[in-house]
Design a protein around this ligand. Structure first.
Ligand SMILES: Nc1ncnc2c1ncn2[C@@H]1O[C@H](COP(=O)(O)OP(=O)(O)OP(=O)(O)O)[C@@H](O)[C@H]1O
Length: 318
């Protein structure tokens, strides 16, 4: 839903039309990240009151059930849904509501905040809140993984194992995530996959495969440096079997952007890391590698079908 619309006619000045008053719902995840949210919530209430803005603040729920908001959005003409949480919360909320005529905002309060960082949303809560109040929304892509909604990054293999173990921990935050990554690094073994892209298929023994709409895992770890949120493409990174001592260096090269995008050719086995773009991909998961979507663990699937959802929703971003 457009809040304001700029029309242009010959010899007529641009005019901004106020179509509707903003009505904002803030969904606060009480457990995401490590930082306290009370100060921000008080600030939101105070500034909204001062500005005479309609604002409602509600907690998120663990199961990611937001269907109850569909009716409310329609009946009360809610214009914006703002997520105060991390990537998992964004996935749940946007996945449930992206067909509704609302703009989505993020005030990053997760452990990694990959989508918010990729979108250029400020990390400081006060600045992110100012952006919500002032900023315009732009369409961004999402993607589907076996019919599940994904907005940022999905993975199969090592990074998914980390996501599963991280989800089982009672503490969140970067420190816990790093601990789980290190523990899993020592145990990591390649999994076997068959990958099909654009009628070309090949087998790969790989530590992990990332399917990225955003450029990163979170915390600016840019596993897919060329990924853009609105280019209609997914960035695929296949970290293939290699000497384990080489693995961190190869991944670092990828994160630093030293691996250029490739066209898939038949000598795929010669490369440590494959990096290419495509709007869809099919992966046969031959050795039961674990999976995640936007950092949330999901059940193993033997066949993984992924496709882009172009211009899926409107995100408030710079
Ligand atoms: N009210 C709630 N009580 C308990 N858990 C909740 C509640 N609301 C959401 N959750 C759960 O919180 C989990 C973590 O949320 P989220 O992914 O946003 O934070 P994070 O993992 O710390 O950050 P990031 O994903 O950015 O690394 C999600 O799996 C979600 O199911």
């Amino acid at each position: 839903m457009e809040l304001t619309e700029t029309i242009q006619q010959p010899n007529v000045q641009r005019v901004a039309i106020q179509r509707t008053e903003r009505k904002i719902i803030y969904l606060v995840n009480p457990v995401s990240g490590t930082a306290k949210k009370e100060t921000l919530v008080s600030l939101i209430e105070k500034i909204s009151n001062e500005k005479g803005l309609h604002c409602e603040i509600m907690p998120t729920n663990k199961r990611g059930n937001y269907d109850f908001l569909i009716d409310k959005i329609q009946k009360e003409e809610i214009t914006d849904i703002v997520i105060i949480g991390g990537d998992g919360t964004v996935n749940h909320v946007v996945g449930a509501l992206y067909n509704e005529p609302v703009n989505f905002g993020i005030i990053p309060y997760g452990s990694g905040n990959g989508l918010a960082r990729a979108a250029g949303i400020p990390s400081k809560p006060k600045l992110a809140f100012e952006l919500i109040l002032n900023g315009g929304a732009k369409y961004v892509d999402a993607f589907s993984v076996n019919g599940h909604f994904a907005c940022m990054l999905s993975g199969v293999g090592f990074d998914a194992k980390v996501a599963h173990d991280f989800a089982a921990k009672t503490t969140r935050g970067l420190l816990t995530y790093t601990q789980q990554s290190i523990i899993n690094y020592f145990k990591a073994q390649p999994y076997q996959f068959e990958i099909e892209v654009d009628n070309f298929s090949f087998f790969s023994d790989a530590f992990f495969i990332s399917v990225a709409n955003a450029n990163q895992f979170g915390n600016n770890v840019t596993i897919a440096p060329e990924a853009k949120l609105n280019d209609g493409l997914l960035d695929i990174v296949v970290v293939q079997k290699m000497n384990k001592a080489k693995l961190p260096f190869a991944v670092l090269q990828q994160i630093r952007g030293n691996n250029k995008l490739q066209h898939l050719v038949e000598e795929v086995t010669n490369k440590n890391i494959l990096y290419f773009q495509t709007p869809e991909i099919k992966i046969k998961n031959l050795l039961n590698a674990p999976m995640h979507i936007d950092g949330e663990p999901i059940d193993f699937a033997p066949q993984i079908n992924v496709e882009i959802i172009k211009n899926a929703y409107r995100l408030i971003r710079p």
